[in-house]
Design a protein around this ligand. Structure first.
Ligand SMILES: [Zn+2]
Length: 303
């Protein structure tokens, strides 16, 4: 049994459905004047519905002119391809109250994606400008740019963890559909991000109380970080022993290996040891997986 993504099943008052549901927190943020522009990805066949929905709520919407390839490899760059063939067609979507900002966001996204006509890392100033239009704090934009330049996206999380004293659940951006901030913070107690998340939280609580309750619960669940955009959210609790979780079910984020999934399905306890990840049921070992990089995988829980 795996935990379903709650937003998919709790109706929202705006009527967001399908792939657009994934930008609900950002949508509310723009609607409530907390950020200039929201962005996400949407399936091509959902575009007309999204236009109509934004019109009803007096919001402006636009889409990238190029398709996106959603790859199972979870780096930003491999997600993007101009002439991706086959599979589901996706577009980047932008939502704002201002036509001017919408135009800027679309142009900045294009420049950021196809710098000099190629899919390559754009100069810092371009990435920072794009982050600014989307309302990301500059300290966090800097942090991600550094990881992008180093081609070490895992560091976006482990670096943020190293910079953190208090792991605020409001800044937990690891749980895919469920978030207040849609970007990687420089630290999980970054002041600017926290202040923003607090404001958005209040709005969501007011407008969508059921989604607020579900989000609050979800963001405090133990998370096994495996790689950038890859991990397990456990519906369970941390045990006294460090890096150990007992769980009843779980949710997968990103592409997780079949053998690990099958072990997790058969187990109810997961622990991270120096050399392995061990899954057991009622203290009987189900399977163990050796760790190639001790620094890499870790168990994290937000307060
Ligand atoms: Zn920051």
């Amino acid at each position: 049994m795996r935990t379903p993504s709650v937003y998919q099943f709790i109706p929202n008052s705006f009527g967001l459905s399908g792939s657009l549901v994934s930008i609900l927190p950002d949508f509310i943020s723009v609607f409530s004047d907390l950020k200039p522009c929201a962005s996400g990805v949407i399936k091509l066949e959902e575009i007309d519905g999204a236009r109509e929905l934004c019109r009803r709520h007096n919001l402006k919407i636009d889409f990238s002119d190029f398709k996106l390839a959603i790859s199972s490899k979870s780096t930003v760059k491999t997600k993007l391809a101009a002439d991706h063939k086959g599979g589901q067609e996706w577009r980047q979507v932008f939502i704002s109250k201002s036509d001017k900002i919408l135009k800027q966001a679309k142009a900045a996204h294009f420049e950021h994606t196809f710098y000099k006509g190629e899919i390559q890392t754009a100069p810092r100033s371009i990435i920072k400008n794009y982050g600014k239009i989307l309302g990301y704090p500059q300290c966090c934009a800097e942090h991600l740019i550094q990881c992008d330049y180093d081609r070490k996206f895992d560091n976006a999380v482990s670096g943020a963890c190293r910079n953190t004293k208090i792991f605020h659940h409001e800044l937990n951006n690891l749980a895919y559909f469920h978030y207040y901030i849609p970007y990687f913070p420089c630290a999980y107690d970054c002041r600017e991000s926290f202040e923003y998340a607090e404001k958005l939280k209040k709005e969501i609580k007011k407008i969508e109380p059921n989604i607020y309750d579900a989000t609050e619960k979800y963001l405090k669940l133990p998370y096994l970080f495996l790689a950038y955009n890859v991990g397990i959210v456990f519906n369970g609790a941390m045990e006294k022993e460090a890096g150990t979780v007992s769980y009843s079910d779980f949710d997968i984020i990103g592409p997780v290996g079949e053998s690990l999934l099958s072990a997790l399905d058969n187990g109810n306890r997961c622990r991270i040891l120096d050399d392995k990840i061990e899954i057991s049921r009622d203290l009987e070992i189900v399977n163990a997986f050796s760790r190639d990089n001790k620094e890499k995988e870790f168990m994290i829980i937000f307060k």
